[in-house]
Ligand binder design. Structure first.
Ligand code: 5AD
Length: 455
C-alpha cells in the first residue's frame, strides 16, 4: 500500500484535523511516514493566519516537487486553511499539485487521495493517457464539525486533543480565520463525552478541548441551563468522565468569559490551572479597531478574577504588535499591561495583512522595522516575566504528566506541569503516560528541569 507524508502547519486545531486525516488513511491501509523521500503521497495541512505560514507551506511544496524526478506518480495535496482561501489557484500556480481540500472536507481526503493514486498508477502502467487530473474541494458542508472525532494513538499516548466546534463568528479585523473556517458550529455534548470516554479507555489521561473561540461553544445550538453556558455544561460533563485525570481547553476569547466559567477553576479539580487567554493589544483604541469588544481594564479584571478563583493559575496570551495605526503610546500601553498581568508566557506576532480582512486596507500601516522593534521589545519583557515564573517554581514539587521523550534531547523525558509548563527529567519507559511528582531544580525560562520523586 502507498505511504503518506503528512505535515501540519499552524494551530492545534490543524494538528487535530491532520490526526483525523491520518486515521482515515491508515484505516484504508495506507502507512504513515515521517520521511518525505519514502512517501507516495505528500499532504501539507496549511495555515493562513500570517503570511509567513503560507510562504512556508508554498516553499515546501515547491521543493517537494523535485521528488517527482525519482517517482513520477507521487500525489501532492494542500489541505486546510490556505487550501480553503486559495482553492483552485493552487493547482494553477503549482503544476504538480493534484489535490486541494478545504477545512470542511477533511473527511473526504482519503477518498480523493485514493482516486488520484489509482489514476497515477494506471498512468504508470500506460493504461491511460497523460491528462492532468486534479481535485479541488473547498465547499461548505453542513455537519462537518461532526467529522473530526477519531484518533490514531501512539503507544502510551497520554494526552489528546478533542475538537468540539468549528468556525468563528467574531470577525476581528486582522483575522482571516472566519473566512477559512466558516461560521461557528458545535458538536453535541454526548458525542464529545463519548469520544473522551473512548480515549480514556485507550489509556489517555488528559484531553484538551479545541475550538477557535472555545468558550462560545454551543451558543447557537444549545440553551443555558441554571445560569451555565453550554461550554460550562460541556466542561462539567467531560470532567465527569471516570479515569480522565486532566482537562484543558484552548483558546477562549475574553468576550463570553463569564462568572460561570471562571468559577469552574475553583471547583473542578481536573480542570488544570492554566488559561491561554489572547489579549492582542493593551490599548483600548487598538482593541476597538481590532473589533475585540473589551477594554484593557476589562481584560485585566478577568485575569484577577481567574487568579482569585484558582490562586497560582498560569495565564499565557497572544499579542499582535504593529496593527495599523498603533502608535508608540499604544504599544507602551500593551507593554504596561503585559507587566501588570505578569503573564507566564506570550506569543508575540507582528501584524501581517491578510486578504479580504478590514485591517489589511486600513491606512496607517506600520512600517516593518517598527514592527520588528516592537516585537523585539515586547519579547524581552515576556521572556523576563517567563523566567521569573519559572524561577519561582524551583524547589517545588509539581505533578507532571509524562508525554514521552523530550523533543530536544530524546535521552530525557518531557511532561507538563498543571500550569502547562514543560518539565524535563531523567526517567525510563515506565514513566511514559504516567502522572507523578517531579522536584524542580532549575528553570531555563522555557522549560523546568527536575527529578521524579518516589517513582
Ligand atoms: N497578523 C498577525 N498575527 C495574527 N494573529 C491572527 N491574525 C493575525 C495577523 N493578521 C495572531 C493572533 C491570534 C493568533 C493565533 O495569531 O494573536 O490570537
Amino acid at each position: 500500500m502507498p505511504t503518506v507524508f503528512l505535515k501540519t502547519y499552524g494551530c492545534q486545531m490543524n494538528e487535530r484535523d491532520s490526526e483525523q486525516v491520518a486515521r482515515d488513511l491508515v484505516a484504508r491501509g495506507y502507512a504513515l511516514t515521517q520521511d518525505e523521500k519514502c512517501a507516495d503521497v505528500i499532504l501539507l495541512n496549511t495555515c493562513s493566519v500570517r503570511d509567513l505560514a503560507e510562504q512556508k507551506a508554498l516553499g515546501k511544496m515547491g521543493m517537494l516537487g523535485r521528488l517527482r524526478e525519482a517517482k513520477p506518480e507521487l500525489v501532492f495535496g494542500f489541505l486546510g486553511c490556505m487550501a480553503q482561501s486559495r482553492g483552485a489557484e493552487l493547482t494553477r500556480d503549482i503544476g504538480h499539485v493534484d489535490l486541494v481540500v478545504g477545512t470542511q472536507k477533511f473527511h473526504r481526503v482519503a477518498d480523493y487521495v485514493e482516486q488520484i493514486w489509482q489514476r497515477k498508477v494506471a498512468l504508470r502502467e500506460r493504461l491511460m493517457d497523460d491528462a492532468r487530473f486534479t481535485i479541488v474541494d473547498v465547499e461548505e458542508e453542513a455537519g462537518s464539525q461532526e467529522t473530526i472525532r477519531e484518533h490514531v494513538l501512539t503507544e502510551r499516548q497520554a494526552t489528546a486533543f478533542v475538537s468540539i466546534m468549528q468556525g468563528c463568528n467574531m470577525h476581528c479585523t486582522f483575522c482571516i480565520v472566519p473566512s477559512t473556517r466558516g461560521a461557528e458550529r458545535s458538536r453535541r455534548i454526548d458525542e464529545i463525552v463519548r469520544e473522551v470516554e473512548t480515549l480514556v479507555a485507550r489509556g489517555v489521561r488528559e484531553v484538551t478541548l479545541l475550538g477557535q473561540i472555545v468558550n462560545l461553544y454551543g451558543r447557537h445550538e444549545f440553551a443555558k441551563q441554571e445560569g451555565k453556558s453550554p461550554f460550562v455544561q460541556l466542561i462539567e460533563a467531560v470532567h465527569g468522565v471516570e479515569g480522565l485525570r486532566r482537562l484543558r481547553f484552548t483558546s477562549p476569547h475574553p468576550i463570553g468569559f463569564r462568572e460561570d466559567l471562571i468559577e469552574c477553576f475553583g471547583r473542578l479539580p481536573k480542570l488544570m490551572p492554566h488559561v491561554h487567554f489572547p489579549l492582542q493589544s493593551g490599548s483600548d483604541r487598538i482593541l476597538k479597531a481590532m473589533h475585540r469588544g473589551y477594554t484593557a481594564e476589562k481584560y485585566f479584571g478577568l485575569t484577577e478574577k481567574l487568579r482569585a478563583a484558582r490562586p497560582g493559575i498560569a495565564i499565557t496570551t497572544d499579542i499582535i504588535v504593529g496593527f495599523p495605526g498603533e502608535t508608540e503610546a499604544d504599544f507602551a500601553a500593551t507593554r504596561d499591561l503585559v507587566e501588570r498581568v505578569a503573564f507566564d508566557n506570550a506569543f508575540v506576532f507582528k501584524y501581517s495583512p491578510r486578504r479580504d480582512t478590514p485591517a489589511a486596507t486600513m491606512s496607517e500601516q506600520v512600517a516593518e522595522p517598527v514592527k520588528e522593534e516592537r516585537n523585539h521589545g515586547l519579547l524581552a519583557v515576556v521572556n523576563r516575566l517567563a523566567k521569573a515564573k519559572g524561577d519561582a517554581l524551583v524547589g517545588q514539587r509539581l505533578e507532571v504528566l509524562c508525554e514521552g521523550p523530550s523533543k530536544t534531547n530524546p535521552s530525557r523525558l518531557s511532561g507538563r506541569s498543571p500550569g502547562n509548563k514543560i518539565v524535563i527529567f531523567e526517567g525510563d519507559a515506565r514513566h511514559v503516560g504516567e502522572i507523578f511528582d517531579v522536584r524542580i531544580e532549575r528553570s531555563s525560562g522555557f522549560s523546568l528541569y527536575g527529578t521524579p520523586v518516589l517513582f
